[in-house]
Design a protein around this ligand. Sequence first.
Ligand SMILES: [Mg+2]
Length: 368
Amino acid sequence: MSISEIRVYSIPLAAKSTYNMSNSTVTTPMSTIVEVVDADGTIGYGEACMASPQFQPAHNAGIVSSLSVLAPSIIGLDPTKLTVVNAAMSSAMTGHTEGKAALDIACWDLMGKKLDMSIVDLLGGARMTDVVTYHVVGIGSPEYAAGEAERLQNEGITRIQLKAGGRSIHDDIESIHAVADVLRPGTDLAVDTNRGWSTAEAIHVSAACSNITMSMEQPCATEAELHTVKAHGHHPIVVDENSTDIGAVARMISSGLADGFGLKITRLGGLTAMRAVRDLCMATRTPMSSDDAWGGDIIAAAGVALGATLDPQFSRGAWIAHPYHQTHYDEENGPRIDDGFVTMPSGGAGLGLQITEGQFGDPVAVYR
Ligand SMILES: [Mg+2]
């Protein structure tokens, strides 16, 4: 087996309605899709897509550009030797984990197709058949937030992530209380600012909401600020944007900072890196989610595959972007949300998707 060709595609995934975060509004992110082709013609698929360039140091045009360095570095390698593949990409380029992740995921898909195994089984096997998911309520008025929370609970969602930040904290506090007032027993609330508050603002909000059971996800920009909030706040801290690699995750577990993680496959560099972080989190009884920033069926299938292998007690679930853009690459088999859970793709080996060669149109780049 050897990688003979890599084709790159750029696909628009427009948000179907307003999706506001503390520092950005999602419009039409361009998703990067890679086809990694084995010498026998078998194709593995990978994907990376940032919702917006503001909340982490990556953007979609940069992902396409990084592949001009990364893709040639793995041509000729055996796609099943993922340690070798990842070492070659690391040697070729520092950082740019999103492009690396797309190629790494495609190699996992190829390996699954070669061995006639699902990625879930390659990752060790499912601990659950359907994976719990959470739904985002974007920044808006207290009435909007409470209405969304009601609607989502009616649809079976039991985990709500309320976006906050980028405005007066008094507006955020009102929205948090409005949502808390309509929460039903069994529904979890996380308030996520995507790095949006100062330490003083985060501590103030935590005090004003001290009677509400919730977690605070990435309330401030830096790890040092999160330590301050942890020391003076009332709520568990979930780390998202600062969980950049296994070293950072290990440090934030051992220091006692992180009560959980919101992990993104593309930020960590792919399923190979995510598997190692999963093992660390499960061994230390640290809850985590298996998410990504945005994207279609390919990255969603990768996220739910790893999510299915988590110990259910320490799973924060898997988030997929599908409800927010409604674009599908595989209408029949792609991961879908039903009654608060993501169903596993059912289309065979690898990621479990049936994608037709040529359905993404003309590639924006081809490497051989
Ligand atoms: Mg987050």
